[in-house]
Ligand binder design. Structure first.
Ligand SMILES: O=C(O)CCC(=O)C(=O)O
Length: 249
């Protein structure tokens, strides 16, 4: 598919999947830097930047936020292959503040609640998207992403604070109708899913005993996006409250 066809699918469904977005060499380059970062840098990060399923077990690392403190990843966020696709889909100049990394380690039981990313970002106009690159084979068993097609055209849905660290809020009126229309994205390492800031998505827990479900992600925001500071500060407060509550459990 060319960029125009991808954009037309993105505009209609609110998400696209690009098979083999990275070739083997590009993927190896990225994964070797990720391995190095996880081995050398992550052990020294504070608990806002690295989330563990079990804080006493490093093998349960599940999420890395704000990876731009590392020179490789700071530069990677303006990688032309990613930025060009993001700008073509958004329709204007866009930039990424920091890369992120998501995992569902084997033998863990955390779902990704149904949510809309722009509920967290609070940007208007909502010219924002998330690019999510599979680093493992991703399928029903290990918790593939599930999208509600067209949901980006229907605006914001109500969310409430939940108990999944890293996903402070989930949609509280997720319906049977939403579930019936969901599309599951089965992916291979190097495949890319891209979703709009209002697209409803979620993922089931990883039910595999042996396979992880790792992904590298970058959020691109259009030049014209402005953040609603009041709503954003409320969101940050809710994250802090959730962290305090989970620490007490
Ligand atoms: O990796 C996941 O399960 C969720 C990722 C996600 O919600 C996102 O990148 O917007």
């Amino acid at each position: 598919m060319n960029d125009q066809e991808l954009k037309s699918e993105y505009d209609q469904n609110g998400f696209i999947v690009v098979k083999n977005f990275l070739n083997n060499q590009e993927l190896n380059d990225l994964t070797s830097h990720l391995d190095h970062y996880i081995r050398e840098v992550v052990p020294g990060l504070d608990k806002e930047a690295a989330f563990y399923e079990d804080p006493n077990d490093p093998s349960t690392l599940k999420q890395l936020n704000r990876m731009s403190s590392d020179p490789f990843f700071e530069k990677y966020s303006s990688h032309s292959k990613w930025k060009n696709l993001a700008e073509s889909l958004i329709g204007e100049e866009a930039h990424c503040e920091f890369p992120e990394w998501f995992n569902k380690p084997p033998n863990t039981n955390h779902p990704t609640p149904a949510h809309q990313d722009n509920y967290y970002f609070n940007l208007a106009p909502p010219n924002v998207l998330t690019m999510w690159l599979a680093l493992d084979n991703v399928d029903d068993e290990n918790g593939c992403l599930r999208y509600v097609p067209g949901s980006h055209l229907k605006g914001k849905r109500p969310h409430s604070v939940g108990k999944v660290l890293g996903f402070s809020q989930g949609i509280n009126d997720f319906s049977e109708e939403d579930e019936a229309s969901e599309v599951k994205t089965h992916m291979k390492p190097g495949d890319l899913a891209v979703h709009h800031g209002w697209t409803i998505h979620r993922a089931m827990p990883n039910q595999s005993k042996t396979r992880s479900r790792r992904a590298f992600a970058m959020v691109y925001k259009g030049k014209s996006c402005l953040r609603d500071e009041k709503l954003y500060q409320e969101y940050l407060q809710q994250c802090q409250d959730q962290h305090a509550e989970l620490a007490d459990m």
